[in-house]
Design a protein around this ligand. Structure first.
Ligand code: BTN
Length: 266
């Protein structure tokens, strides 16, 4: 049972060694992303590199208007990261936010793979999949000129107790694991891999483009891309160097798509 609980005393020094100045472990919070945004606002934009984690998230949010089911056994955390040292303007912080979401996906997929017997994939832009089922989600937002990187992983989540629509399409890491996952190890690994993947991406503009194909859940699939204005059907060819989803339609026209939702048609 000890593996199933975040051990604050064990995690804190490791997180600080990784360069995070603040670690907030919360007994209960509405949403770790919202907490990070409130912290950023209250600190007058002087946010640090910070990790927020909780064992009890009461109003977890997903993309758009979706909610994120956060039962006991779900690892929920947010990283508040201000890319100051990179000398980025606010507009660059915003421009690069979608790519940060994709890089976070790669880091989380690598972290999941340390514990499971089959490799995880990413359904563009930010859903983590094992064996065709969703095992985690990522929600990257901005707070002033900082990124808020929210991650939810179904580590031990009791999928059979989830709302019906979640039960149909979700799975847990524990179900596919080689060995009992440890929440504390996993959280530390997620942060470590996130920092190293960010470093890879920041030092090599082609890194994301090269790393994506191995992880892409949609490659080769016939997909439907939906925005408020349009719906496009096409076969997925991965992403372009800017992280946009590539679909090739029936008339061989390639579409590079950035804001919308995508689903596999067949
Ligand atoms: C999605 O699947 O649409 C994204 C889910 C992201 C959930 C995480 S849990 C931690 C952080 N806080 C939130 O309110 N959401 C993210």
């Amino acid at each position: 049972m000890v593996n199933r609980i975040l051990n604050r005393e064990w995690i804190e020094p490791r997180i600080r060694d990784l360069g995070f100045q603040e670690f907030h472990w919360l007994e209960e919070v509405d949403s770790t992303n919202d907490y990070a945004k409130r912290w950023m606002a209250a600190s007058d934009g002087q946010a640090l590199q910070m990790l927020i984690a909780t064992g009890n998230q009461t109003a977890g949010r997903g993309r758009g208007t979706n909610t994120w089911w956060s039962p006991e056994g779900c690892l929920t955390f947010s990283i508040l990261w201000k890319p100051d040292r990179l000398g980025m303007e606010f507009s660059q912080v915003m421009e690069r936010l979608p790519q940060v979401a994709l890089i976070t996906g790669i880091a989380m997929a690598k972290s999941i793979d340390l514990w499971t017997s089959i490799p995880s994939r990413i359904k563009w832009p930010n859903d983590l999949y094992i064996a065709g089922k969703k095992v985690g989600g990522i929600l990257v937002e901005s707070a002033g000129n900082a990124w808020v990187i929210g991650v939810g992983l179904n580590v031990f989540s009791p999928i059979d107790q989830a709302p019906e629509e979640v039960q149909e399409r979700a799975t847990s890491m524990h179900y596919w694991s080689n060995r009992e996952p440890s929440m504390s190890d996993l959280l530390t690994q997620c942060c470590e891999l996130w920092l190293s993947e960010m470093e890879n991406w920041l030092s090599d503009s082609n890194y994301l483009y090269r790393a994506w194909p191995e992880r892409c859940f949609l490659s080769g699939e016939l997909c439907e891309f939906q925005t408020a204005q349009q719906s496009i059907q096409g076969r997925c060819q991965g992403i372009d160097p800017w992280g946009r989803l590539l679909l090739v339609d029936a008339s061989a026209k390639q579409h590079a798509l950035s804001t919308g939702t995508v689903r596999i048609v067949s």
